[in-house]
Design a protein around this ligand. Structure first.
Ligand SMILES: N[C@@H](CCC(=O)N[C@@H](CS)C(=O)NCC(=O)O)C(=O)O
Length: 269
């Protein structure tokens, strides 16, 4: 019986699951799909995941989708190494955080990823009709794909909305680090709460937007360094999985978009 993970190399939701598989030292088969080839919208894949997105975990021939549901499934089923607090109150706080991540920062990070991270490049070279046709095949994401222009991207107001949501998320993270005493979000142990948000923070750093937390939230700076240094991160953020590897001309890494963050911050004064 083997675990298979349908995923994209660069997908933040996929990396969440790769991190936990690595932490649990579980062997798994990498069913790496190529987003630009749209395998995730093909008939055979929609039978595994009717949402037409990655990741999907197949275990015991059963398909499980939604990255947070996958994290909880792996926690419930493979208990040799655990990454969820035993204390019911702490566990309730972790669950509230997992919901927060899915509702706020995880969708918000798509905006800078598509605007500055190269994820629109494959659409720019398509005709208008081909792009419209591809949109209509998406079971869940048509509104998202309608919210930007394939050539020019998002309006500034959308970009700033996403920065506002992300700033609010960093404030929440800093509070968790203070409340439970660190070094991890829920105290002394690394949990799926850390793994759920790490790919989003790493993505923003890779895109050069670390000024969103670098000056105001010192605990996050240390948290990120510690999380990126874990063995599971070295394995899961493999070469080729960051947007700076895939689009080196566009994505230049840490600190490279300070001017955009400054402009955003000044717009609020
Ligand atoms: N809530 C879902 C979101 C899944 C999702 O949006 N995945 C993205 C990659 S991170 C995707 O498959 N996008 C495909 C597309 O936009 O066509 C989860 O956490 O699994």
């Amino acid at each position: 019986m083997s675990i298979e993970l349908y995923n994209f190399s660069q997908s933040t939701c996929s990396i969440k699951v790769r991190l936990l598989l690595a932490e649990k030292e579980l062997p798994w088969v990498d069913r790496c799909l190529i987003s630009s080839e749209n395998h995730h919208l093909s008939e055979w894949y929609l039978k595994l995941n009717p949402n037409g997105v990655v990741p999907t975990l197949v275990d015991d021939e059963k398909a499980i989708f939604e990255s947070t549901a996958i994290l909880e499934y792996l926690e419930d089923k493979y208990t040799q190494h655990t990454f969820r607090p035993k204390d019911p109150f702490l566990c309730s706080q972790l669950r509230a955080w997992l919901i927060f991540v899915d509702v706020w920062p995880a969708p918000a990070v798509r905006v800078p990823s598509f605007q500055y991270g190269g994820l629109r490049e494959k659409f720019k070279i398509m005709s208008h009709d081909a792009f419209e046709n591809l949109k209509s095949k998406r079971p869940l994401k048509i509104e998202f794909y309608n919210s930007f222009d394939k050539d020019t991207g998002f309006p500034k107001s959308e970009i700033y909305n996403s920065f506002n949501v992300l700033e609010r998320s960093f404030k929440r993270m800093e509070l968790l680090l203070m409340r439970f005493g660190g070094p991890w979000l829920f105290g002394k142990d690394y949990t799926i709460g850390d793994m759920a948000i790490l790919p989003t923070v790493d993505r923003l750093e890779d895109l050069g937007f670390d000024a969103l937390w670098r000056t105001g939230y010192p605990l996050i700076v240390d948290w990120l360094k510690n999380a990126q240094n874990r063995k599971s991160s070295k394995v899961s953020f493999y070469h080729g999985s960051r947007l700076s590897h895939q689009f080196p001309k566009l994505v230049k890494g840490k600190g490279t978009n300070d001017h955009i963050v400054m402009e955003f911050k000044n717009s609020k004064n």
